[in-house]
Design a protein around this ligand. Structure first.
Ligand code: HEM
Length: 427
């Protein structure tokens, strides 16, 4: 669909209904047999204008249009079967055929949201397979991973794909977030696309954090200990730590907690916000960067169905090939089983997508510094979430270089700090 900044309701079923066939006057339904019991206590009379036939049968105030205005549309057998039951197949196909995606020199960046979605679907599928063998208890978690890796047919591949796809998904989401940021796609009326997207990124990071502990290996155990310790310095933080860990220490309770978050709560929340995000994508369509249309930089439009979707599909195939290559060539090790009684090994660090925050905490290692770092980071994250509401220029279709600079600074902060952790600890 071409960009729609005017009518957010665009995208509801397209107006193509057949005029309702001239309905022959319906015979009045036969009155209840005379022997029927006396009418039940008079039903409350329908509000104004409704008519009652002499037999007392309620007649709606207006003739309803045909329930399925698309009933004569050409469809395959399955489509027709579904259409008869849901009434929405034809309008949806019709809508997708009308939806268009603008073509310009930055169109490349439109593929990253779809790639994030693709890796998320892979996560759900491989996660369900892993669940068939994984045992979320302190005694069995590690050995069930060994069993998956060594005994279950293709178990090693499924595990590796799950681990790599998680990383690729988060990377795609970061690219997607910054590309939509620099194209100012968050501007009116797409504010909620940004907000729902930000929540999705936060939930995806939550997936990474909770999943890390599940193999119950040494590295994950101590990294979770460090990670769940962070809120402690904030007022009321000890309570937060207790909630996260299920007690004062990382223990079997923590594993149960992380497991339930990872396979129940987070997937549920992601599905909720993903539905909102993708519905908004369909309703509002894809934006063009500010000033592109006026400057004649939009070189036409791709039909979403089938052209853009086919191009998306090519991206997914490349993504899948990369995923299998990484999974086979660079497998994630399992390490050794966690032993809470041993001292933490040196060089414990979180997953790469938390390195920037990790470095920030390290830089603020003075008295009270960690709390300052947490406050700064929280203010930064909330401001980032609310960016569409601050950038009034962009919402008025005017360039907003100040926000571009802010975006560059945030990007530089993340990249430099991530690199610093890499330089100190290696991969
Ligand atoms: C699971 C996570 C996510 C999925 C599956 C997803 C998926 C998508 C898809 C398929 C599109 C349409 C095509 C495109 O422009 O790429 C889109 C658009 C958009 N997304 Fe996301 N997204 C996710 C997370 C995010 C995040 C983290 C942000 C930013 C904080 C975000 C902000 C946006 C915006 C502003 C658009 C509108 C783009 C435009 O109209 O030009 N999304 N998303």
């Amino acid at each position: 669909m071409a960009e729609n900044t005017q009518n957010p309701a665009a995208g509801s079923a397209p107006a193509k209904p057949k005029p309702p066939a001239a309905a022959p006057a319906k015979p009045v339904a036969p009155a209840a047999p005379a022997a029927a019991k006396p009418a039940a206590p008079a039903a409350p009379k329908p509000a104004a204008k409704s008519e009652s036939s002499p037999s007392g049968v309620f007649k709606p105030p207006v003739d309803r249009p045909a329930a399925d205005p698309y009933k004569d549309a050409k469809l395959g057998i399955v489509g027709a079967w579904l259409q008869e039951r849901f009434y929405v197949v034809t309008p949806i196909i019709d809508y997708l055929k009308k939806k268009e995606v603008p073509k310009h020199r930055l169109s490349f960046w439109y593929y990253f949201g779809g790639l994030g979605l693709f890796f998320f679907v892979i996560q759900i599928l491989t996660g369900l397979l892993l669940l068939q063998y994984y045992k979320p208890t302190e005694a069995e978690a590690f050995s069930s991973f060994v069993f998956i890796q060594q005994t279950v047919p293709f178990g090693w591949l499924i595990r590796q794909i799950h681990a790599w796809s998680a990383n690729l998904m988060i990377m795609m989401l970061f690219i997607h977030m910054f590309s939509t940021f620099f194209m100012k796609s968050y501007r009116k009326p797409r504010e909620l696309m940004w907000v729902s997207g930000f929540i999705l990124l936060a939930l995806s990071l939550g997936f990474g954090f909770t999943g890390y502990l599940l193999p119950w290996n040494e590295l994950a155990f101590f990294a979770t200990q460090v990670g769940t310790e962070v809120p402690k310095v904030a007022p009321g933080g000890a309570f937060m730590v207790d909630i996260l860990r299920g007690g004062p220490e990382v223990s079997a309770e923590t594993l149960t907690r992380m497991f339930s978050l990872h396979v129940v709560l987070l997937p549920g929340l992601v599905l909720l916000f993903l539905t909102a995000h993708l519905t908004l994508v369909q309703i509002l369509g894809t934006s063009t960067p500010i000033g592109y249309k006026e400057a004649g930089l939009v070189k036409g439009y791709d039909k979403f169905f089938p052209t853009f979707l086919a191009k998306d599909g090519i991206g997914w195939m490349i993504g899948f090939a990369l995923l299998v290559y990484l999974a086979v060539m660079f497998p994630w090790g399992l390490g050794v089983k966690a032993d809470p009684l041993t001292p933490a090994p040196v060089g414990i660090k979180p997953e790469w997508y938390f390195w920037a925050q990790f470095q920030l905490l390290k830089d603020f290692k003075f008295e009270g510094g960690e709390l300052v770092a947490i406050i700064l980071f929280t203010i930064g994250a909330v401001s980032w979430l609310l960016i569409p509401f601050f950038d009034r220029q962009a919402s008025n279709e005017k360039k907003s270089p100040v926000f571009t600079i802010v975006g560059l600074l945030v990007l530089a902060f993340l990249l430099v700090n991530t690199y610093r952790v890499y330089a100190e600890y290696g991969w």
